[in-house]
Unconditional design. Structure first.
Length: 397
């Protein structure tokens, strides 16, 4: 039985794409090991639930907090020092990796506890150097999953440049790379350039179809809107849509699923009519909740380059539940929604036409609901079962 080692700088609860790959590997009878982290925050309970489902695999969990204070402090200092030095000197691969993520060295130490692997697969930039290190140690091949365009995340320009430098040096040493969108793949081709000899494929951020239930008819006269993410906070487009829902709360409701920021709740949600906090659920339970809604909001504001290029898993959760999708016109969302024209509508990412679009959706509420079952059936063609088949073939090769 071949053995796959997965490596991530996150935990399992905050990396559903990794969890799906683990499930795929188990279904294909691979022996699986995972190196990941543990966080003492909102995701802890969900993380424990996921771990309990994988009792037949080896999970090496590293504490990401301050439980081991001196090793934590050393990692923080190393990260800061190497980020500073990177401005003036050419760093080694190991030090550049530590500049991108303080967790890199922790992973290296865990790898030394593992005896063998036939394939190593990394997730997140801080795991790419450890993945190559592990592949060399075990004399095997390495894959890497690029869920985001990490050099285009946030507004910290130096960290963006450091991340791009790391990926330029190390991605050409990887045997295959999977991408979460066509636009992210194209951007890496342009920004790195020497990837043509590497197996590259796009794996949609979709979900297993059995996590969704056949939609039922909604009798409520109000348009039922839903938005889901790990975090309910500013900078996600909610500031623009909540006032409109409040203004027309006699015509629509908006339910937000996720862990909310208390300041955001106080400033933008408290006292607003038509806004409901749905809570935090396991992935399957959350997906089954989607059958209670009409419209799924994919309102990305295009806040950085990654936000323009990414296609989030919420889009697939909405589609697979049969919902009608309201998506802002970021580069990748516009490209994707053009391929599924009957399943949604595009909104300008500056939100200038949000009020008009929502009122038009309310006027067409009957048609949207009548086509829900058709959307649910059609979405089976984009399920994880359909998307992951090529990934399984690459592992076999």
């Amino acid at each position: 039985m071949n053995k796959i080692l997965f490596i991530t700088t996150h935990n399992l609860a905050t990396n559903p794409r990794l969890v799906k790959e683990i499930q795929l590997a188990v279904s294909l009878n691979y022996k699986v090991s995972v190196i990941c982290f543990e966080f003492d925050n909102w995701s802890k309970q969900l993380n424990e639930e996921i771990k309990s489902r994988f009792s037949n695999i080896e999970i090496y969990c590293i504490d990401a907090g301050r439980k081991h204070f001196f090793s934590w402090l050393l990692s923080v200092l190393e990260e800061k020092v190497y980020r500073f030095l990177d401005k003036y000197f050419q760093l080694s691969d190991a030090n550049l990796s530590q500049a991108v993520s303080r967790r890199s060295n922790f992973i290296i130490n865990e790898i030394k506890k593992i005896k063998e692997a036939d394939l190593v697969i990394g997730h997140n930039p801080g795991a790419i150097y450890p993945s190559i290190y592990a592949a060399q140690r075990f004399n095997c091949k390495a894959g890497f999953d690029m869920e985001d365009y990490h050099p285009g995340e946030g507004k910290y320009n130096h960290l963006q440049k450091t991340t791009l430098s790391l990926l330029k040096k190390l991605l050409p040493k990887i045997n295959y790379i999977s991408f979460a969108s066509v636009s992210i793949l194209n951007e890496f081709k342009n920004s790195i350039g020497n990837l043509n000899s590497i197996n590259m494929l796009v794996i949609n951020n979709s979900f297993p179809q059995n996590e969704f239930i056949e939609p039922h008819h909604i009798n409520n006269e109000k348009l039922q809107l839903v938005w889901l993410s790990q975090h309910i906070d500013k900078g996600r487009g909610l500031e623009q849509i909540i006032p409109i829902v409040h203004k027309y709360s006699d015509k629509m409701n908006l339910t937000l699923f996720g862990n909310y920021n208390s300041n955001f709740k106080k400033d933008f949600i408290d006292g607003k009519n038509g806004i409901n906090l749905g809570g935090v659920f396991s992935q399957k339970v959350l997906h089954q909740q989607m059958s209670n809604f009409d419209i799924g909001l994919a309102i990305e504001p295009g806040k950085d380059l990654n936000n323009e290029l990414a296609l989030s898993n919420k889009v697939f959760a909405y589609l697979q539940a049969g919902l009608f999708v309201l998506a802002t016109d970021t580069i990748e969302q516009k490209r994707f929604m053009d391929d599924v024209k009957d399943a949604g509508v595009i909104l300008k990412k500056n939100f200038e036409n949000i009020e008009e679009v929502l009122l038009e959706l309310h006027a067409n509420i009957d048609q949207i609901r009548n086509n829900k079952l058709n959307r649910f059936q059609n979405s089976k063609s984009i399920s994880w079962e359909m998307s992951c088949s090529n990934l399984g073939l690459i592992w076999t090769k």
